[in-house]
Design a protein around this ligand. Sequence first.
Ligand code: CP
Length: 300
Amino acid sequence: MSTASLLDLKTLTAENVGQLFSLADRLSAEKPPDREHFKNRRGLTAALVFFEASTRTRMSFETACVREGLAPVLLDGGSGSSLEKGETPEDTALNIAAMGPRLMIVRCDDKLDLAALERKLDIPVLNGGWGRRGHPTQALLDAYAITRRAGKISGQNVLLIGDIRHSRVAASHVELSRILGYNVAFCGPRDFLPASAEVPVFTTLREGLKWATAAMALRVQKERHSGTETGWNPQDWQLNSATAEALAKDALIMHPGPVNWGVELSEEIARDSRAIILDQVRGGVWVRQALIRRIMEEAE
Ligand code: CP
């Protein structure tokens, strides 16, 4: 077990996150270090163990590892691996850890007990999206994107719209909001909301958007649906140029990706000056780089 692991956000303080964001700011302004800078890390690896599909998280962590002098080694989705012969995800991760990476980033479903796996390993384990439980680095990079654009995160009103019930991003924002002092509210059809919410719920998009300083649409996760969900009507719930009129002129439009264009967001909303969807992705590399730098410097 490693104290540098990040399975959720509960152990972070506002000061920790502030330092992480300051480092991310510095990294954003620097040229990526050349190979000589990290010559003491030559031959060192970071394992990216992705049992589920990913583009942003996987490639953002890969980029961050390369920039921090670690070679990423990747299990990507499990196809072509011994998972196909029946090896369990935990055994797979234990065997990859035995190859000596300095840290492991894992994306998995709820069935893998990531906390139990982490206790068996002596390297830091970072949650790269764990079922519906959480996606801590996504919440961090979202908060970082808001901070960069709005100047501060405390006191912001972040409205999460749509498929909250299946969202690990929503779970991590509820955690992070308590640490950083921002407000979270949910908004969506009843079948897309959790059975009980720990935060305020708006029953119409318009009311939610009038409250929000940042409106984050979430992907409708059809692959996690039972097929009985009802109530998703783009006219009621889609963020588009008409519905976004209820949003303040200086509010932000966000999405963690991947976007179902035409479902939770209309295509034209990407060109709205308030949309910062690609800024979220851009800043995500610096935030993940900052996390890896902190872990490596503590280890060294
Ligand atoms: N936001 C996010 O986790 O995207 P990916 O599934 O592409 O990693």
